[in-house]
Design a protein around this ligand. Structure first.
Ligand code: FE
Length: 282
């Protein structure tokens, strides 16, 4: 018999300051991460005030993780130690596998009206792949398929497979699903999830319910075990990000932008960064 996933935890985003002085909302991070394995962090940066984001995230290192940036509004300019340089625009995704080490910068520029809205998700890498060569993928919005169900639910498939429609990110170790779902008013969306996988939703617009509890803009719901989850819209549509992934169940040693398995590996990473030997592939 298949079981519905019940709510394990509800979180509300908290304002934090990151980078060179960017105001953003942390949905979950360091303290909550153990419950979200294989995911480490989710930030929501939305602002209509350019001073709140223009200082950006100047050159900084990453090792041992993947960072996934999804932009809804405005532009983010980026550059990295692999020589990549470009702009992530509305609807685009940047999937960066830091692996053994990357140094990059991410500079939000907003749109013509000064608005900026995007997300950054951090996914952990297993011990066996933490030192893999870094990889970088720019996924423009036209490469992201949108599935329409009979009930009018629209699903942008960034990673995963919905009704046979595969997202462009299909070679990721933690086997993630990353969906951007819009459920029309009064309708319910049911999504099957591998019973052993971590699953959560983050509401980005509208209202609805899941497992009998109310959802609003900015609500994150982490689910317990089960085979499927359901989200029902209120009288008007609800839009949310749906993430699932295979837990790594490995020790986590995390300091700032570097996430390894042991304290010693962290020390090595920071020492290499100081000594200029951090980058293994450029
Ligand atoms: Fe970064």
């Amino acid at each position: 018999m298949s079981a519905i996933r019940k709510i394990k935890r509800i979180l509300t985003r908290q304002p934090v300051m990151e980078g060179a002085g960017v105001h953003l909302n942390r949905v979950f991070g360091y303290h909550e991460a153990p419950a979200f394995d294989p995911f480490l962090m989710l930030d929501d940066f939305r602002s209509d005030t350019p001073e709140h984001y223009l200082k950006g995230f100047p050159w900084h290192p990453h090792r041992g993780i993947e960072t996934i940036t999804y932009v809804l509004k405005g532009d983010v300019e980026h550059g990295d130690s692999l020589g990549n340089k470009g702009t992530i625009s509305s609807g685009d995704v940047q999937w960066m596998t830091a692996g053994s080490g990357i140094v990059h910068q991410e500079m939000p520029k907003g749109d013509a009206k000064g608005s900026m809205h995007g997300f950054q998700l951090w996914a952990n890498l297993p011990a066996s792949q933490k030192m893999m060569p870094p990889k970088y993928r720019d996924i423009t919005s036209d490469k992201i398929p949108e599935v329409h169900t009979r009930d009018g639910v629209r699903i942008k498939v960034i990673a995963g497979d919905v009704n046979g429609e595969k997202g462009p990110m299909d070679d990721v170790v933690i086997d993630p699903e990353f969906l951007d779902c819009t459920v029309p008013g009064k309708q319910t969306y049911t999504h099957d999830v591998d019973p052993g996988y971590t699953a959560f939703i983050y509401v980005i617009d509208g209202n609805g319910t899941t497992d009998g509890k109310g959802l609003g803009n900015g609500t994150l719901v982490l689910y317990g075990k089960g085979d499927y989850l359901t989200v029902t819209a209120s009288d008007t549509p609800v839009r949310f990000l749906l993430l699932t992934g295979k837990p790594l169940k490995e020790p986590v040693a995390w300091r700032g932008p570097i996430v390894m398995n042991t304290q010693e590996e962290l020390e090595t990473a920071f020492q290499e960064y100081r000594e200029g030997t951090f980058i293994k592939v450029d």
